[in-house]
Design a protein around this ligand. Structure first.
Ligand code: ADP
Length: 495
């Protein structure tokens, strides 16, 4: 039996899973780590704590699986995307806390880039929009915040990396400074068409090329783990950002295939193959992965509030004791009685991109009860997903066949059935929900012969539950038209 260790470095915890060649989980360990909020809207992590929790999780997962590092064929890495780390090349010491993807501390740098009229340049070169979410303005922030850092970076004394790079550096004892296509494409300074760091954007942000990692295939040998880490020199053979790893782990390897992860928010990615369509609807274009020197692209739409709407029912309104209870409550009524919840609690993301939108609850009558509100909250997740799917189809020119799903809220059968009904396509939930970690393991296992080709990877993700659309088209269109009217009421609310 061959085993692959997957390191799943997330925003709130570091996890490690051992997969066997049938795709089954043999061992799992997980440690939470500290979230630092130095000012409102700022989020930082301690890179040393990321490394420490990740290493302990890796060792723990091996213990739980009852195997040694020498039994591993490969290690794969998947990570919270966009988070930026800068460290000293000689000592390996970070010079500043990691600035996390969620952090808004670089919004003023983004304003400046917009004022310089760089929006179209950024979109055409990187596929992204100017937003504090992406890495490059975080690098600029760190080089400004630490005295002398700009000069040190120019002399080649500093390294930048997203979290995959940081882990590769630590795992190889500082011998490898590398990343791969999916993570590079989230930095805002990587040209996704030319496949190189973009000199125009680097110079706009005064980021020296000397500090950037080498960009490698997502599936391929990056180096060997230092035996001091895991006890044996295992090949580090795959890496991808979390959403791209989930796309790969879901078996979305053909153009037009797509997955939606239903967590706090939703991340919907569609594989567009060798094409990199420029979005006209507010999606971003991103690199999905690179394998054998060939890259594939994806379109991505982000929904800010999805499962978080259910958390609000629980914590804000006290309407449910736990998230799972939302399912039976929603089923207790035939429909919402015309009620719509638009959960624009932090504005709306794709495709509206309205920072001033705020939540709206419309269509209330004397007959509206608790179950109607709960059902409306769940349905809002499916409506927002349909909004993004329509954009994906328009931008890519591809029709969605089946939507593959994962993330905490995909356990809700009511929601998945309603999603299938509303999209008019089947929704497929895989048997194993650890698709993100599996995606990284699959990239590493492909590079080391654990799986011979992608079809062997896909066969491990077969089965699961398929929700077939059952709703009549007229009913679906009527419900969706109501949603669009409700969204109108929420837009540009904050003055
Ligand atoms: P994240 O990775 O963003 O923290 P998870 O994938 O762990 O999120 O999913 C957690 C989210 O899913 C929470 O917002 C929770 O409200 C929601 N959730 C979990 N179970 C259910 C359920 N059965 N029905 C609806 N929502 C759920």
């Amino acid at each position: 039996m061959a085993y692959v260790l997957s390191l799943d470095q997330g925003t709130t915890s570091s996890r490690a899973l051992v997969f066997d060649e049938a795709g089954a989980v043999r061992g799992l360990e997980q440690f939470e780590f500290t979230q630092h909020f130095p000012r409102p809207g700022w989020v930082e992590h301690d890179p040393a704590e990321i490394w420490d929790t990740q290493l302990r999780a890796a060792r723990g997962a091996l213990d739980k699986a009852g195997i040694a590092a020498s039994d591993l064929a490969a290690v794969g890495i998947t990570n919270q995307r966009e988070t930026a780390v800068v460290w000293d090349r000689a000592t390996g010491e970070p010079i500043h806390p990691a600035i996390v993807w969620q952090s808004r501390q670089t919004a003023p740098i983004c304003d400046e880039l917009r004022a310089r009229g760089l929006e179209d340049e950024v979109r055409s070169r990187t596929g992204l929009v100017i937003d504090a979410y992406f890495s490059a303005t975080k690098i600029r922030f760190i080089l400004d915040a630490v005295s002398g850092a700009q000069q040190r970076a120019e002399r080649g004394e500093l390294c930048f990396g997203t979290v995959d790079s940081w882990l590769l550096w630590k795992l190889t004892g500082g011998r490898v400074h590398a990343t791969e296509y999916s993570n590079a494409s989230r930095t805002l300074v990587y040209n996704i068409h030319e496949r190189d760091w973009d000199d125009v954007l680097l110079s706009e942000l005064r980021i020296p090329r000397e500090m950037l990692p080498e960009v490698c295939d997502s599936s391929g040998i990056f180096g060997e783990a230092d035996p001091a880490c895991l006890g044996a020199p295992v090949p580090l053979a795959g890496a991808a950002g979390d959403q791209q790893a989930a796309l790969f782990g879901q078996g979305c390897h053909a153009p037009g295939t797509a997955k939606n992860t239903y967590g706090t928010g939703c991340f919907l990615l569609m594989n567009t193959g060798a094409e990199a369509p420029t979005s006209k609807t507010g999606l971003v274009t991103t690199l999905a992965w690179g394998i054998d020197g060939q890259v594939e692209y994806a379109l991505e739409g982000s929904i800010f509030v999805a499962g978080a709407a259910v958390q609000w029912l629980r914590d804000g309104l006290g309407l449910v004791a736990d998230a799972a209870e939302s399912e039976s409550a929603a089923r207790a009524v035939d429909d919402t009685g015309g009620v719509y919840l638009v959960p624009a609690f932090v504005g709306l993301g794709a495709p509206y991109w309205d920072e001033r939108a705020r939540g709206a609850l419309v269509g209330l009558t004397r007959g509206t009860g608790r179950e109607h509100l709960i059902r409306a909250a769940l349905e809002s997740i499916a409506y927002q997903t349909r909004d993004v799917v329509e954009c994906l189809e328009r931008d890519s020119g591809l029709a969605l066949g089946t939507l593959r799903v994962d993330g905490g809220a995909c356990r809700n059968d009511f929601l998945m059935q309603f999603q299938a009904d509303l999209l008019g396509v089947p929704v497929r939930r895989p048997p194993l929900l650890e698709v993100t970690a599996f995606g990284a393991a699959a990239l590493a296992g492909l590079a080391t012969g654990v799986w011979s080709d992608r079809s062997a990877v896909e066969s491990t993700t077969e089965g699961g539950t398929v929700f077939e659309p059952r709703m009549e088209v007229a009913r679906r269109d009527e419900l969706y038209a109501g949603w669009k009217r409700a969204v109108e009421r929420s837009l540009a609310w904050e003055e």
